[in-house]
Design a protein around this ligand. Sequence first.
Ligand SMILES: NC(=O)c1ccc[n+]([C@@H]2O[C@H](COP(=O)([O-])OP(=O)(O)OC[C@H]3O[C@@H](n4cnc5c(N)ncnc54)[C@H](OP(=O)(O)O)[C@@H]3O)[C@@H](O)[C@H]2O)c1
Length: 258
Amino acid sequence: MAELALITGASSGIGREFARIHAARGGDVILTARRGDALAALKTELEATHSITAHVIALDLGAKGGADALISAVQKLGLAPRILINNAGFGGAGYHITRDIAAERAMIDLNITALVTLTHHYAKNMVAGGGGRILNVGSTAGFLNGPYQAVYFATKNFVNSYSQALDIELSDKGVSVTVLAPGYVETEFAAVADLTDAKMVKAGGATAHSAALAGYNAMLSGRAVKISDPKLGFMINWVFPWLPRRMLAKMVGQTQMP
Ligand SMILES: NC(=O)c1ccc[n+]([C@@H]2O[C@H](COP(=O)([O-])OP(=O)(O)OC[C@H]3O[C@@H](n4cnc5c(N)ncnc54)[C@H](OP(=O)(O)O)[C@@H]3O)[C@@H](O)[C@H]2O)c1
């Protein structure tokens, strides 16, 4: 039987697909996000389809102390996940100086602070308990600078960098850290980020299932980085490094605009 997995941002998109994939392998799940009704519906679906147990913890992970509250709630249930999937996150488009600073800070609180708090806690427990796996959802944005989504791209640069560094630190301690870097994926992400008119979104993207499956399999094989869009992966690894930085940043900025 697969290990118990804690999955953040499980109420929609890529996170919901991680839960479906893990449950289909026979693994119990702890589902968390703010929307308790969506999590309850997913619990019902997964328990009816697979013989697994799904635990629901509805809370705001981006709130002050949100990650600590999740850790306490998991402890209260007497659970010790051996898989952590840090998936919750959001973006926000526009000129940085005209965007609300509270929204920019909320992005940092969820995309970075909560992810680091959960990773730090569960990685320590996994090392003490003999091993485990961590999958952090970064982004191809995390290898780039993103005008008109400056803070989002910067948060994902943090996730990509932090995950790869930790993977080295923990490699001889039985814990792997994988970062999934998707290109554009058709989820609620674009609407939340106010990107529905952006060129990137209009061009269409991957399904949430394909992105989640690529990340999940990479996690199981202990891979450090998985770029789930092969064409974008080729550009990031072999083409973009040769371009002048400013030119590349301008090109990326174009994809974020209507
Ligand atoms: N879609 C893309 O193009 C794309 C590309 C690269 C990377 N990603 C990354 O993939 C991850 C999943 O995004 P998605 O595309 O699946 O978008 P999504 O459908 O909008 O899902 C985001 C998830 O995060 C949860 N969430 C948001 N704010 C939260 C908060 N304050 N507290 C707790 N949970 C919160 C949402 O649940 P509630 O609203 O119920 O709280 C939802 O379950 C994100 O980290 C995103 O940055 C997405």
